[in-house]
Design a protein around this ligand. Structure first.
Ligand code: 5GP
Length: 121
């Protein structure tokens, strides 16, 4: 399991060292706009705890942290009015998953019909 790197960009956002366009925050989670949106709505929902990925989080996070993050995803979607039309969440894990930032994040995509789940090539 990868060790957490405190210098990753989302750790800096959580510490307030670099700005983000915040859409939601609670005791467990922070959500903000992706800097390079891939859909009309593209939000990143992250835990405040230091977890590299779902692998790390599912093994080590407390039940409160897990519940907090999952509730935050739903709260963000409802806050943005995406619950009725629908949306997609996605988490990349590790090399094959294409994860670039080593702090767990759920991508939340919405605002249009999103098409196939995976690129077909
Ligand atoms: P991954 O490939 O790790 O699943 O996704 C990382 C995401 O973080 C990408 O969609 C990328 O656009 C986003 N991102 C990278 N750096 C920043 C940043 O400094 N601010 C914000 N808001 N998003 C970022």
């Amino acid at each position: 399991m990868a060790t957490y790197d405190d210098t990753n960009i989302f750790a800096k956002i959580l510490r307030g060292e670099i700005p983000c366009k915040k859409v939601y925050e609670d005791d467990w989670s922070l959500a903000f706009h992706d800097i390079n949106p891939q859909a009309p709505q593209h939000i990143l929902v992250i835990p405040k705890g230091k977890y590299v990925s779902i692998d790390d989080f599912s093994a080590k996070a407390s039940a409160d942290e897990i519940a907090g993050l999952i509730r935050a995803v739903g709260n963000v979607a409802r806050q943005l009015g995406l619950d009725a039309p629908g949306y997609r969440i996605l988490a990349n894990i590790g090399l094959d998953g294409g994860q670039e930032v080593p702090h767990l994040h759920f991508h939340l995509f919405g605002g249009k019909k999103l098409g196939p789940m995976l690129r077909r090539d």
